[in-house]
Unconditional design. Sequence first.
Length: 364
Amino acid sequence: MTASTPQHLPSSDPAAHPRGFASDNYAGAHPEVLEAIATANVGHAPAYGDDPWTARLTDWARTAFGPMAQIFPVFNGTGANVLGLQASLPRWGAVICAASAHINVDEGGAPEKVGGLKLLTIDTPDGKLTPDLVDREAWGWGNEHRAQPLAVSITQTTEFGTCYTLAEIRALADQAHRHGMELHMDGSRLGNAAARLGASLAEITTEAGVDVLSLGGTKNGLLGAEAVVVIHPEKARGLHYLRKTNMQLGSKMRFLSAQLLALYGGDLWLRSATHANAMAARLSSGIERLSTSGEVPGLQLTQRTESNAVFALVSAAAQKRARRQFHFYSWPGNDELVRLMCSFDTTPEDVDALLATFAEPARS
């Protein structure tokens, strides 16, 4: 620490903040994103989105998602989800989602308390809805005693790291539309899914039938910036007003828009997501190798690795060794099930070091 650094500030030495596998939210902001923020930090610009950066972002969204697409930068994913769904549904509407969905288990009741939305949840083995599963809650229209199912929300990639294929999204969209429902996609890790599928952003959303999208950014290297993308404006109303009502309207919006442009205006989103996915694949292969060899008892993958998330059963002893060096989470309800997340800045050395901690006793 230099003499000019206030003693109460955390150290700026990278060694004091080692990379881990707890969450891609733990990763810092991508250097190219920080550069974009600095570039936007010039002179004065009109507030609340009437600035050149937001205008460019609007043009990009229409190119990426279709000529009618509208984009609304917000501060976080919870805000994007609540806003997108709230604008899509009347007060009596309900949302069908997986029981594991982020909107159901990780947003502190915001969809219900802020959005006034009823969630109709469905248990799934891998976080993915199917038309047959949706049918379990797609009923009761016209019954004044039941909240009306008017939207289906899917997470891409899911909370278990699994990825909807283009055909699976299309099947859900077709079914939702047949029932007069809309399809919302929580795309907090949309880039990871597109990289996995080798698909464009349009192919995985607009062309697959998605109506409203929460476009993620923070998990792929942004400094707290997300967006609501309304692909079909007639499917979401009042977002211009609801964003302010829900405290998601940024006064200095140019800095949110500049970040989103840095990520999605070129290929940074794809480069970062592809790298994170590759690190997860490396980790998954290593765990499978140790599991198959019997070298580490109790070590076992529990989900297909289809993005930047790896789910595995890890014994208490192996977790204890690994936690001396790395931070990661046990899945609620099962202390031996862990989620290991890779980020745009995860290195092969990080992955190999984690695997070495799992295998340490067998090799000692």
